[in-house]
Design a protein around this ligand. Structure first.
Ligand code: AMP
Length: 193
């Protein structure tokens, strides 16, 4: 696992624990020698994460659409900044460049990015691991909602269990590194039954 893509809020959130968890994740990435791929913004949890990795001597690639580069204040000090044309290109390039995905707490953009990775796994578009850094139980309601989808027959249990949920960055990174994807054909067969 050489590069991990992290989705995170462009805002810091109201609880200082969220920024603390972004910083802890940044430190854990650097201590494992894993490079960060993210949305390229300099604000909120995104900025705190990138700053931590850079300050600790790690490598950070930001991928940001041109129009957002000014609105979200593209981080000026990244190892690499890729300016792309659209949100779709951003997500495609983030996925291509990364071996695994993590969502920190965030808003609608963060959840949208997470759900796309989850649905792409369900469709067999990728077989990379993904997880939630569940600081302050932030993602408990989302997991509860997906559990409801499973209980009501909208989601196969096999797709619910793909997501790795942990509170500690080190535990999460270790679980992502240990992940072995089920064979793709088996996933597609599950979709069809
Ligand atoms: P938020 O969680 O809303 O603060 O957004 C976090 C990041 O997700 C920001 O860099 C947003 O630009 C990005 N984002 C928002 N909507 C989308 C989308 N539809 N596709 C890709 N990225 C998005």
């Amino acid at each position: 696992m050489k590069r991990v893509c992290v989705f995170a809020g462009s805002s810091p959130g109201g609880n200082p624990e969220y920024v603390a968890s972004a910083r802890a994740l940044g430190a854990a990435l650097v201590s494992r020698g894993v490079a960060l791929v993210y949305g390229g913004g300099g604000t909120g949890l995104m900025g705190a994460l990138a700053d931590t990795v850079l300050d600790a001597g790690g490598e950070v690639t930001g991928i940001i659409p041109g129009p957002l580069a000014t609105r979200e204040l593209a981080h000026p000090g990244l190892s690499e900044l890729c300016v792309v044309a659209s949100m779709h290109e951003r997500k495609a390039l983030m996925a291509e460049r990364s071996d695994a995905f993590i969502a920190l707490p965030g808003g609608l953009g963060t959840v949208e990015e997470l759900m796309e990775i989850w649905t792409w796994a369900q469709l067999g578009i990728h077989s990379k691991p993904f997880g939630l850094l569940n600081a302050e139980g932030f993602y408990d309601p989302l997991i509860g909602f997906v559990d409801r989808m499973v209980a009501d027959g909208f989601v196969k249990p096999a797709y619910r269990t793909l997501v790795i949920v942990e509170n500690e960055p080190e535990t999460l990174l270790a679980a992502l590194a240990a992940f072995r994807a089920p064979p793709l054909r088996q996933w597609m067969a599950n979709t069809e039954t």
